[in-house]
Design a protein around this ligand. Sequence first.
Ligand SMILES: NC(=O)C1=CN([C@@H]2O[C@H](COP(=O)(O)OP(=O)(O)OC[C@H]3O[C@@H](n4cnc5c(N)ncnc54)[C@H](OP(=O)(O)O)[C@@H]3O)[C@@H](O)[C@H]2O)[C@@H](O)CC1
Ligand SMILES: Nc1ncnc2c1ncn2[C@@H]1O[C@H](COP(=O)(O)OP(=O)(O)O)[C@@H](O)[C@H]1O
Length: 293
Amino acid sequence: MSNISSKEIIIKYVEPKNLQNIFKKREKNSHKGDFGTISIIGGNRGMEGSVLLAARTAIKIGSGKVLIGFTQKNIPITVDLIQPELMLQTANQILKKFLIKIDTWIIGCGMGQNNISNNILHKALSYIENKNIVLDADALNIISEQNTIYKNSSNTIIMTPHPSEAARLLKCTTKEIQSNRIKSAKKISKIYNSWTVLKGFETIISSPNGDILINTSGNPGLASSGTGDVLAGMIGSFLGQSNDIQQAISGAVWLHGKAAEHLASIHKGPIGMTASELAEAAREILNQHSYQN
Ligand SMILES: NC(=O)C1=CN([C@@H]2O[C@H](COP(=O)(O)OP(=O)(O)OC[C@H]3O[C@@H](n4cnc5c(N)ncnc54)[C@H](OP(=O)(O)O)[C@@H]3O)[C@@H](O)[C@H]2O)[C@@H](O)CC1
Ligand SMILES: Nc1ncnc2c1ncn2[C@@H]1O[C@H](COP(=O)(O)OP(=O)(O)O)[C@@H](O)[C@H]1O
């Protein structure tokens, strides 16, 4: 692992050779319960695509079971015809019927910031115990708006802001975030006692203690709608498949970027690369790395 020291911080870079707990062969006698049951909460009216992207990705990179909880009164679709493996519920149904069965949560993709989503976020963060929770997009916006800090939660919180969401969390400008990305990620981790994934060119990962990892995989093909939802699905999926939180997060960020590089190498990007295409490419790279020896 290459290190660059400055006065106060040691910066490490994400490297696949340090991701053995993620890129590994499956035991011959394994079953779906070994690979996590994950729930994705979000998908308000008009943004259903957001949770579909995250959920389809999670199943494609190895989750055992994936449930979507739409933040709507009723489910907008009864089956995802592209990925019928997914189980579709409303967020309220998930919190009522499946709470203890789910080991990893992703909350916020396309969730909106209306009364239903506010109420669901609050309920979820009070009901869920001792689990991994990825907070993305509107979950972060609601937290910023309401100045809510769930610092003493028994859950492991992973926040995945893009620079503008980070600015909302830290009550500053996007420019200020971008001018010191490492400091910003560390600050979010400190305030929220969370892992932080500050997205954008060279994504920064900060642990709750402020240890920093930088990811250099990826390309501007990722600057396209929905790629953040795909990343949330990847992080959630790996968290459900491994107890190594640092490797699960950094492995997902690395694989996301690598999938974009692969698509560009076969001329399906960077221009016009779509979020949906990333999951397929990621599955290929994941299997290559897991079964290379
Ligand atoms: N198919 C669906 O249903 C989809 C639904 N989605 C859902 O939509 C909801 C709104 O989410 P959102 O991210 O589009 O809006 P928002 O938080 O206002 O941020 C936008 C602004 O942030 C900035 N910015 C971002 N990245 C930056 C960077 N790297 N570097 C610098 N700046 C950066 C940039 O600001 P600008 O530079 O333009 O001022 C940009 O305009 C949310 O619920 C989400 O889940 C989406 O996931 C898409 C697919
Ligand atoms: N120029 C870039 N280089 C590398 N990665 C990028 C670049 N632009 C965007 N990304 C990545 O694409 C994803 C965009 O996520 P996000 O802004 O949440 O999009 P959305 O809300 O549309 O899903 C993040 O993982 C980010 O790191």
